[in-house]
Design a protein around this ligand. Sequence first.
Ligand code: ADP
Ligand code: MG
Length: 561
Amino acid sequence: MIIPVIEYLNNSNDPDGFLKYLESAFQFFGLDVNLFTLCVVLWFMIFLRFSATFIMSVRTAQVKHYVGRALATSCFENIITANGAYTGSIGAGTFVNLLDHQCQATASLVSSYVTVFTIILTAFAYVAVTVFAAPLTSLAAFIMLGAAVFLSQKFIKRSRAIGSDLVKFRDGYIHYIGERYRAWRQIKLSNTVAQEVVEISRTSGRFARMSVALVAQSSRIPLFMGVGLSSLMLLGLFLAGSYLDLKTSTIPLFLIVMVRLLPTAQGMATQRNAIAIYDESLKRVALAMQEARENKEAESGGHNFVSLKNAITFAGVTLKYPFGENAALKGINLSIPAGKITAIIGPSGAGKSTLVDLLPRLIVPSGGRIMFDDLPHADIDLISLRAGISFASQEVVLLTATVAENIAYGQINPSRIEIEAAAQMAGADNFIRDLPRGYDTVIGDSERQLSGGQRQRLGLARAILKSAPIMILDEPTSALDIETEQAIMLAIRELPKRKNTTIILIAHRLSTVAKADKLVVLRDGQVVQEGAPSELKAQPGWYGDMLRISGDSLSQGFIDQ
Ligand code: ADP
Ligand code: MG
């Protein structure tokens, strides 16, 4: 932009080609060419240029982050609406990496493409000026620059390979560091602090080396282009000056344009390199979304679940986990009566949790049929199905929120009275009141540590508050002392009578299940015994054996209560 002013100062008395064109352009707008108008126009152009750059930076960032947000949202939605077996198989590391880094990196493609677009526009402008100033030399220059951009392909290919490795490595790396945090207690207890420090240094060292390798690879492009092209440029200039039509007045113009074009060409190659790297993140995100969509859970069969009248029946239900060796459930035939307490017992790993996870369709059977009265389970609308089931899982997950909010999670505006009543029934009210701010104390998975038994009671309170027609309790009192357990079970046993709730209770402690209406013994993915506790007690089998092992200890006492 400064060139016309310098030209004007040099040759204002004897305008040559370029200034003449400028004069006619100025005349078009009714302006004279003089130092003042030149400076004003120059100022205006500079103002326009920097304003445009500013607007472009802000806009590009907006679009980029909008894309990142849309991607992360869509990724989250797809993974969370896939069937549980798939969602559970992804792993926290991959999940965090996908939603955070990989979505952001993919969104960076937006800025890279915008930059490429501006580079192409700028290049066109420069080309127009240079072709006009010195056609032959510029032709030589363009061939040079084009060849350099083309040759940078080799570097880009290598960057892409490192980028791809890094994408894969990052999943494992984030998983690894998350796991070390969760294992802090084990690390201290096992006296493995020193080993773990060495190990984390080794693993993060590998990550660092790969990241540096990627930067080094990307930086080779400007190095190659800067040195290579400057050499060619000087050679070209020398040849042009000696043998071609390069006029003295065009030499500074040509030089300036070349000096501006070189970063443009470099920028082009650098952006193509960046695009190649981000592209690996794009592939990763696209693959995860595609897999999640292929595993999407069936949402509806059009029937709404309202309440259970007769029974839930299982007919030949089998389940095999995607990464499991053997089937976890092997042909389950079972009837769970409505408005009663059915207890599922059996050794650990028998498939108890798997069996109840089927009911809210967290997982779907590999074979067989489940019926809710006369409604095929698969035909029930998913939202109504889950609304109809209160579920206290074996592992209670608490979110960073107040105790009251944790209990009320998923409920629409429950009153404080309802929340406290549920907590009371779950035997949680006392310890909650002892917390610094009672029900308004902020808890969370790491913020404030609650004991296993306290967490369990909050999970139970959640299920009780929901108060759905079907209540599933997966080992709800396993971490509690028998006294507390008995008090809670007494309250829960009232639910079928009061609200006609169908309760499915999983327990390994016989005292928990003694008062159930029906016992189901599961072993190795099969139902081996089924009936009223008093019937099973007399039969040979797992239940009787367990009763005998516990002998006349506590559990016997409670059963006979
Ligand atoms: P239980 O609740 O009776 O202790 P589970 O239903 O949790 O038993 O597990 C039954 C079997 O299925 C076990 O052998 C367990 O290893 C396996 N299993 C559970 N969850 C998964 C999973 N997500 N992937 C593969 N196998 C699993
Ligand atoms: Mg279990």
